[in-house]
Write a protein that binds this ligand. Structure first.
Ligand code: PGA
Length: 247
């Protein structure tokens, strides 16, 4: 990894992943985010489904809320029916693109090498990749967590990644959408390992059942520079409460 060329912001990145939720009417939630005062010490990023990226990005332009996307193909264009390239999402106004989410890995058989190609595509398009890693419950229970994370980083992080272009999200698969979160000691252990592996400057997010009631505790863990929030990002009030916990 190269050292950071410029100093990254010290504020926390609070990213919302709407997954396969959201219709045109859901712009009401974005409007609530736009109407609220920018949270102190936090940057807001909302990743709606691809159908809403362009309209949300237009609406949020020149505001404190950035709009991202949830996945992309690695090719720039071509015969890939149903897929969307990073360049298309950048063109629609996306600043960030999530890659390697465990739901993509599980639902679409995405491998580390596919995730690496996607992360490379995100950089090529001039966006910031949010690359997700995380262990299953079985892997945690059998003591393989750090090995799994290290293998995923090895296989999926492009070798020329720079902190300005890549964010890592640690999302234990068993914590996603379950209401269960790791202990702060478990989060600290994994984040320290990722920070050690990535080198200085890379932002690390924690994701998996982050909600208003646990956000302050999770965001206080060393090497946790923000959160990737699924379910609790669907309601602007909850999302803002999480961002408020970053202060
Ligand atoms: P969750 O999802 O907050 O609903 O657990 C997090 C994620 O998958 O990014």
């Amino acid at each position: 990894m190269k050292p950071p060329a410029t100093k990254l912001p010290t504020s926390r990145l609070i990213a919302g992943n709407w997954k396969m939720n959201g219709l045109k009417v859901s712009v009401a939630e974005l409007d609530l985010l736009l109407a609220a005062a920018p949270p102190a010490g936090a940057e807001l990023l909302l990743c709606p489904p691809a159908t809403l990226v362009a309209s949300f990005a237009r609406r949020a332009s020149a505001s404190h809320v950035r709009i991202g996307a949830q996945d992309c193909h690695w090719a720039q264009s071509g015969a890939h029916t149903g897929d969307i390239s990073a360049e298309m999402l950048a063109d629609a106004g996306a600043s960030h693109i999530i890659v390697g989410h465990s739901e993509r890995r599980a639902d679409h058989g995405e491998t580390d090498s596919m995730v690496r190609r996607k992360a490379e595509a995100v950089a090529r398009a001039g966006c910031i990749a949010i690359l997700c890693v995380g262990e299953s419950l079985e892997q945690r229970d059998s003591g393989q967590t750090l090995d799994v994370i290290s293998r995923q980083l090895e296989g999926s992080v492009p070798t020329d990644s720079v902190p300005e272009g890549l964010v890592i999200a640690y999302e234990p698969v068993w914590a996603i959408g379950t209401g269960h979160t790791p202990t702060t000691a478990q989060v600290a252990e994994v984040h320290a390992a990722i920070a050690g592996r990535m080198g200085a400057g890379f932002r690390l997010l924690y994701g998996g059942s982050v909600k208003p009631s646990n956000a302050a505790e999770l965001l206080a863990v060393p090497h946790v520079d923000g959160a990737l929030v699924g379910g609790a990002s669907l309601k602007a009030g909850d999302f803002l409460a999480i961002a408020g916990a970053a202060a």
